[in-house]
Every structure is written in structure tokens, then in C-alpha cells.
Design a protein around this ligand. Structure first.
Ligand code: ATP
Ligand code: MG
Length: 455
């Protein structure tokens, strides 16, 4: 049964409200002043509070602020006399759900109670989901690299410092961001993610800052942006290096001042958010190439955190394998997973280009699809996916192991130019033609890689 607390010094109001709401099937409690009400909330779970704004002793507004600070999910409906409508409006800005004027309109009392309880339930469910999502994956691994990350998370979480998380695909950047949030004192407020790579250019402002109704063709209703949604909590800019320069400029302004307007709005909004960002790109290269603003980088990168690729912490493989497998087993009668020594060796030598995400998918596939008691090297190779299994064996891949894509490309390019030059007797025109590029372009590469021309 949902429960409602009425805080009002007038016994007549307490009784009338109590009777109506009891008839609607709610469990009703009452308190005659703010302190008594707050004391009650400390001991009992309550869904909705009806709060008189004009209370003796501790005033209604102060009580509201305290409720919202301690139990943000509880919805508060303000009861106000005509003279205090202004106060009621202020209360809504402070997080009250709505207000009732005296004399009480009984129909409205019932609707407000019903709607606010629905909202309250939604909020609790969301909070639970958020928690689940976080609990979904613990951070596994004991290698030095992982311990270092845990340390930085523990040190940086309680502060409001901005953290920039770097790392390849699937290394766990988002997991790290969520852990920082959950260990911070913002953990009861939202963790809001912005996937910077996925927002269309023309919608970025509306996405970040929200918009007013009618501000553009599709703005049928007022919408709150990610900054507003994250108020009090953490805003996670994922794939931050994928933003256009124009979007970067807008973001820079917003995070410098923490103030912005909704699209089509005049009101200046101020929020309190902690910013975490992540990218799998080589950000210093992006800056050099003029694709990422250096000033924005300095704003975001107060505490840098690099998540190492799985191939640099292979000792963590066995614990990770056990962990992902156990998660799938829970109470099903799935047998324990055993790899032959050869299979394990293959996994340890594999370069895991998709990192932990790839490992997780691999373990899921093997757990679900393999019936045998042991996974052989052949089976492991098969489930790793033909292409990847092959490339892990060929020397070509090993040559590039540990390189960033850009480095690998240059490495390859230099080798190709050297080889073609040799094959064509160091004749520039011929070499350029065989490579399908202009001679001037070839000269550029020769200079760039300082290749010696032997005639
Ligand atoms: N150390 C870890 N222990 C257990 N699970 C992990 C660990 N690191 C990552 N994972 C899990 O692996 C998956 C991929 O992680 P996540 O999404 O955080 O990576 P990412 O770096 O953000 O990837 P992308 O670059 O593709 O966005 C998630 O399911 C995550 O929970
Ligand atoms: Mg991610």
C-alpha cells in the first residue's frame, strides 16, 4: 500500500485530507509541525508528503528543502493559502511536485495524490535500474594496471574534478565512469550519458541544453536537455573527440559557466554537474590535426585516466573468464567452463582487439554453444571468429601489435613506399604510378619517412 504523510498544523485540514486519501486506499500518517514530520520520515518509508507551507516553528519551505535533500524520491505537494501562492511557486522551483490552494478542491487532491505516487514509483524504479546497471559488472582484474585505475577512481571520486578517460574500444571506459559516479557523493543523483558521436549536428544544442515548446519545427513540447537532467549528478560525455568543432565551442561555453539557455528560451539556467569524458581516439593527435579544441581539452582533462588494453594485462584473463562465465551460470545447470591448456594458451596469445567486450561476448558464445566438458584449441579458435583467430596467428598482425591505428598506418605506408621504390629501381615516376599516387605525393612521403634514395 502506498503511504502519505500530511504535515499541517490545522487539525481540520489533516482530518479532511486524511479521510479523502484513506478512501482512495492510501496508508495515511499525520504530523502537526515540520520537526515532527521530518522525525517521522526518518523512521518510516513514505511515498508522498502533503506539506503546509505556513507552519509554526520550522517553515514549510525549510522542511521541503530538507526532505528533498534527504529523500529525493519522495514527492511533496504543497498546501498554501491564497496569500502564499508566491511561496508555493518558489516551492515548485525547489522540487515540490505541485501545490494545492485552500480551500481544498477534493477532486484535485485525489488526482495529485495519484499522479505524484505514479511519478514517485517511476523514480524509485529508475534508481533501482541505475543501481542494477551499475551492479551489472564489477570491475575485475588484479594486475598493476587495474590496481592503479582503482586507486585513481577512489582518489578522484569524492572530488568534483573532471576526469578524462582514454582507452581502446571495449576496455571498460564507461564502467570506470559509472564507478566514479557511484563512489562520489553525487551517487543518489543521476548519471547521464551523452553519446557525442550519435547526436546529429543540428540537434546537439537541443540535446544538451533542451528546448522550449515551438522553438523549432519538431519541438512540440518543452524538453529538458542533458545538462538539466544531470543536475546534482554526473554528465558523461562519451566519444567526446567525435564532436564537431562547432559543438565543441558550445560545450566549452556551457562548462565554463555552467550556465545556458534552452533553445528558444531566454531564462538563464544554472546547473551543478560533474563532468566525465571518454574517447578511444588519440586525443593529442586530434588536437594537432586541429580537430579538437585544445582549450576544451584542458578543461576536460583535469585528471587523466588511461584504461589499458586487455593484451597488456593478460594475467587478468583467467579471473575475467571465470567472472563472465559465473554471471551466466547463476542458477542454470550450465556446467563449469574448462579450456584445455592449448586453448588457454591461444587465448593468452590472442591480441583481443575488442578488449573486454570481445572477451565477454566470446565467453557468452562458448558458455551457451559448447556442450563438451572441455573447450579445445580448435573450438576456441572457431568461437573467436575465423578472421580474428587467423590474424592473431599471422605475422602481419603481430607486426602492428600495440600500435595505434594511425601509427600502424604510417608503419605500413613507410614499408610499402620503400618496397615499391626498390622494385622500381628508385625511379620516382614509375614508383608513383605503381602505387597509384602523384609523384609530388610520393616525394612528400619520402621526405616524411626520411627514406634514402639509392640510384
Ligand atoms: N574490468 C572489468 N571487469 C568486468 N567487466 C568489465 C571490465 N571492464 C569492462 N567490463 C565490461 O565490458 C563491457 C565493455 O565495457 P565498456 O562499455 O565500459 O567499455 P568502453 O571502453 O566504454 O567501450 P567503447 O569504447 O566500445 O565504448 C561492459 O559490459 C563492461 O561492463
Ligand atoms: Mg563506451
Amino acid at each position: 500500500m502506498n503511504s502519505i504523510l500530511i504535515i499541517d498544523d490545522e487539525s481540520a485540514i489533516r482530518n479532511v485530507l486524511g479521510d479523502i486519501l484513506r478512501d482512495e486506499g492510501y496508508q495515511i500518517y499525520a504530523a502537526s509541525d515540520g520537526l515532527e514530520g521530518l522525525g517521522f520520515l526518518r523512521r518510516h518509508p513514505i511515498d508522498v508528503v502533503f506539506l503546509d507551507v505556513w507552519l509554526p516553528g520550522k517553515g514549510g519551505i525549510d522542511v521541503l528543502v530538507e526532505i528533498k535533500a534527504n529523500w529525493p524520491e519522495i514527492e511533496v505537494i504543497i498546501i498554501s493559502g491564497h496569500a502564499t501562492v508566491e511561496t508555493a511557486v518558489k516551492a515548485i522551483k525547489l522540487g515540490a511536485y505541485d501545490y494545492l490552494e485552500k480551500p481544498l478542491d477534493l477532486g484535485r487532491v485525489v488526482t495529485l495524490a495519484r499522479n505524484s505516487i505514479q511519478l514517485e514509483i517511476l523514480k524509485r524504479e529508475n534508481a533501482a535500474l541505475r543501481k542494477d546497471k551499475f551492479l551489472e559488472d564489477k570491475m575485475i582484474g588484479n594486475t598493476e594496471g587495474m590496481q592503479k585505475i582503482r586507486e585513481v577512481i577512489a582518489q578522484s571520486a569524492p572530488s568534483d574534478s573532471r576526469v578524462m578517460i582514454l582507452g581502446e574500444n571495449g576496455t571498460g571506459k564507461e564502467l570506470v565512469a559509472r564507478m566514479i559516479h557511484s563512489k562520489s557523493n553525487r551517487s543518489s543523483c543521476p548519471f547521464v550519458e551523452v553519446n557525442c558521436a550519435a547526436i546529429p549536428e543540428n540537434l546537439i544544442e537541443s540535446e544538451l541544453f533542451g528546448h522550449e515548446k515551438g522553438s523549432f519545427t519538431n519541438a512540440v513540447a518543452r524538453r529538458r536537455g542533458k545538462f538539466e537532467l544531470a543536475d546534482g549528478g554526473t554528465l558523461f560525455f562519451d566519444e567526446v573527440a567525435d564532436m564537431t568543432l562547432e559543438a565543441q565551442a558550445k560545450m566549452l561555453r556551457a562548462i565554463q559557466e555552467m550556465t545556458f539557455e534552452r533553445v528558444g528560451g531566454e531564462e538563464k539556467l544554472h546547473v551543478d554537474v560533474r563532468i566525465i569524458s571518454a574517447t578511444n581516439r588519440d586525443i593529442s593527435r586530434e588536437i594537432e590535426a586541429g580537430k579538437f579544441r585544445e582549450d576544451l581539452y584542458f578543461r576536460l582533462n583535469v585528471i587523466p585516466l588511461s584504461v589499458p588494453p586487455l593484451r597488456d594485462r593478460q594475467e587478468d584473463l583467467p579471473v575475467l573468464i571465470d567472472y563472465f562465465h559465473e554471471k551466466l551460470r547463476n542458477d542454470n545447470d550450465i556446467p563449469t567452463l574448462k579450456f584445455t591448456d592449448e586453448a588457454m594458451k591461444l587465448l593468452m596469445e590472442y591480441s583481443w582487439p575488442g578488449n573486454i567486450r570481445e572477451l565477454k561476448n566470446f565467453i557468452e558464445r562458448v558458455t551457451i554453444l559448447v556442450d563438451e566438458s572441455e573447450v579445445t584449441e580448435e573450438m576456441a579458435r572457431y568461437y573467436l571468429g575465423e578472421r580474428k583467430a587467423k590474424s592473431s596467428k599471422t605475422s602481419l598482425y603481430h607486426e602492428y601489435e600495440g600500435m595505434k591505428l594511425s601509427e600502424a598506418k604510417e608503419f605500413f605506408e613507410k614499408q610499402m613506399v620503400e618496397r615499391s621504390l626498390k622494385e622500381n629501381g628508385f625511379n620516382i615516376a614509375k614508383t608513383a604510378q605503381s602505387m597509384g599516387i602523384y609523384p609530388s605525393n610520393l616525394y612528400g612521403k619520402i621526405r616524411k619517412y626520411r627514406i634514402e634514395i639509392r640510384k
